[in-house]
Design a protein around this ligand. Structure first.
Ligand code: GTP
Ligand code: MG
Length: 369
């Protein structure tokens, strides 16, 4: 019997261990002093070892056969439980359905979790079986469909990094706060308020984002003292923007255009120039102060245009319901590689086996921690 953590190392409200191996169920039942619940059921129990109660736990028998123990999330309790459960298992290779289930546990969006749960429930395997049963041009077509679904799914599983740039006082931090829904970045009418790159997570139209607020750009004279600090902040902002998936540039461009990611120019503080009624503002104008919800919509529209998104995350999940979709980055690369060789290519021949292979969990905790 061994156990492996399904939750990340460290303290938390709960820690979930998956218990597997020889006689795991009977030995676990002995530690709990009662039979395990039936498959698909949950029960409350006490984990007792050598007469000492380690924790009150939820025992979950998953349909896939594994048993989960949901402990309280103290690292000391988890260490003691692991010691009595046969130690921590090294990360084992898992089939795609199992990996999809694990990925669903930590999916950054509801829509993404929904598609992953479908993959865990058999959609992925059905798609691979169809692929395996096909030949030549038909297989290339099926692989093309899989790749297209992967492209739709990816922004639901991997946050899109959006950097907000522009001159000082453009309203970047105000927009940042409106997007993440909290007043986290400092806002003031002092030019050069933001120095560090500030990151915040949010969902926009059901897609997960990481938004970066950056230092405002302006010409500064001699780079000494405070000015040197501000100049360093501007450079940090430019580096962050160059690595982002999308740059939202507020106001007329000051400084060089960013290399790399697509840039959408929007005009902030629209109330000051166009009045109080958002329906009268030109396209791309926003006021995160006066109309934060409208500002979120404007950014969502800009992101969709630049990144080729169509529909909301929930609509994408709906369109993929019950269909197989690749969900790990290497799967997209495998599909692209196989398709690049054409319908008669050797990689298309081996593609079904390649996609169906077992692989380690991406988030496996290093053993010994
Ligand atoms: N009227 C109006 N004022 C705004 C709007 N957005 C921001 N402001 C004001 O503009 C000033 C600057 O806003 P910030 O969000 O701090 O601007 P910033 O671009 O982050 O500035 P730096 O960090 O200095 O580069 C503050 O006084 C805000 O209250 C808006 O939509 N309408
Ligand atoms: Mg700012």
């Amino acid at each position: 019997m061994t156990a492996r953590r399904l939750t990340p190392p460290g303290a938390g409200a709960v820690a979930v261990l998956e218990v597997t191996g020889e006689r795991a169920r009977s030995r676990l039942a002995a530690l709990l002093g009662r039979p395990l619940p039936d498959a698909g059921r949950v029960s409350l129990g006490r984990l007792v070892a050598e007469g000492e109660t380690l924790d009150e736990v939820l025992v979950v028998r998953r349909d896939l056969g594994a048993v989960e123990l949901h402990l309280h999330g103290s690292p000391a309790v988890v260490r003691a439980a692991l010691a009595h459960l046969g130690g921590e298992a090294p990360a084992a290779a898992a089939a795609p359905a199992e990996r999809a289930l694990r990925a669903a546990h930590r999916a950054p969006s509801r829509a993404g979790a929904r598609v992953l749960l479908d993959q865990a429930a058999g959609a992925f395997e059905r798609g691979i079986a169809r692929l395996a049963a096909s030949r030549g041009a038909e297989r290339a077509e099926l692989a093309g469909e899989l790749l297209e679904r992967g492209r739709l799914l990816r922004p639901l599983l991997q946050p899109t990094v959006v950097a907000i740039t522009g001159p000082v006082n453009a309203g970047k931090s105000t927009l940042f706060n409106a997007l993440i829904g909290r007043d986290e970045a400092l806002v003031s009418d002092v030019e050069g308020t933001t120095r560090d790159v500030v990151a915040g997570a949010c969902e926009l139209d059901g897609r997960p984002l990481v938004v970066l607020d950056t230092a405002g750009l302006r010409e500064i004279g001699r780079a000494e003292g405070q000015a040197a600090v501000e100049a360093e902040g501007m450079r940090a902002g430019e580096r962050a923007a160059a690595r982002a998936d999308l740059v939202v540039a507020l106001g007329a461009g000051v400084g060089a255009p960013v290399q790399g990611p697509p840039v959408q120019r929007l005009s902030a503080r629209a109330d000051e120039r166009f009045g109080q009624d958002p329906s009268r503002w030109p396209e791309g104008a926003l006021s995160a102060c006066l109309a934060p919800e409208h500002a979120r919509e404007v950014v969502a529209g800009a992101a969709s245009a630049a990144l080729g998104w169509s529909g909301s995350g929930a609509e994408v999940a709906e369109s993929l319901a019950g269909l197989s979709a690749p969900f790990e980055p290497w799967m997209y690369a495998a599909l692209e590689g196989a398709l690049a060789g054409g319908a008669a290519g050797a990689r298309l021949e081996t593609l079904p086996a390649e996609l169906a292979r077992s692989a380690p969990m991406l988030d496996a905790a290093p053993s010994g921690r």
